[in-house]
Design a protein around this ligand. Structure first.
Ligand code: HEC
Length: 178
């Protein structure tokens, strides 16, 4: 082994030992509110983009009928709104405390997303490591995962019944009178 290679191996070993020692010494930030590690953001974004390339062309096996979109809205209200917001609460307490923050999928004009349906479906099914985005493959059916993905894909032209289902329901019992 030449001088260069032995130096290279020693360098790698030193780096490895430094990382282990930092972890053991508690120097590596593990708190959500302590900001990203060096290169964390770049690594996570680049790896995700590369992975999503093949998901872009995947089409939904079910059509965006009013019934499917309505079922998607129910999934959204139950499983997604807590992080991705709803009307009139586009930002939730949970989303404010997360790193990276869940993108607010709402503006005052309504729900937004411009991603291909296959990309959203991939994220819902698999989750996104190094973020709080969960994988729903163990908790939702295959149909439900497509229904909520169709909902986001068609967010800018939802039938009125679906928009109504996404809005908070008015209380059915009158407030107590004092
Ligand atoms: C516990 C919080 C949490 C829940 C619950 C959650 N998500 Fe997420 N989601 C995140 C976070 C955090 C990200 C950002 C990931 C990143 O930075 O790459 C994200 C990203 C996304 C994205 C990508 C948005 C963009 O503009 O890049 C989509 C789409 C999405 N989630 C859909 C959903 C759907 C649909 C549900 C419900 C079935 C859901 N999420 C439930 C936290 C959550």
């Amino acid at each position: 082994m030449g001088k260069f290679w032995s130096g290279f191996v020693v360098g790698i070993l030193a780096l490895f030992v430094a990382v282990i020692l930092s972890a053991v010494a508690g120097i590596i930030p593990v708190a959500t509110n302590s900001g990203p590690l060096p290169m964390e953001r770049w690594l996570a974004k680049t790896a995700l983009h590369a992975k999503l390339r093949s998901a872009r062309g995947v089409l939904s096996p079910i059509p965006p009928t009013a019934a499917n979109l309505l079922a998607g809205a129910q999934v959204y209200n139950t499983h997604c709104a807590v992080c991705h917001g709803s009307q009139p609460h586009p930002v939730t307490a949970i989303s404010m405390g997360m790193y990276p923050p869940p993108p607010a999928l709402w503006t005052q004009h309504g729900m937004v997303t411009d991603d291909p349906v296959g990309v959203t479906h991939w994220k819902v099914q698999n989750g996104i490591r190094l973020t709080g985005m969960p994988s729903f493959s163990g908790s939702l059916t295959a149909t439900q995962m497509w229904q909520v993905s169709l909902l986001l894909r068609n967010a800018d032209h939802l039938p009125a019944s679906v928009t109504a289902a996404l809005a908070p329901q008015p209380a059915t019992t009158p407030p107590p009178s004092h």
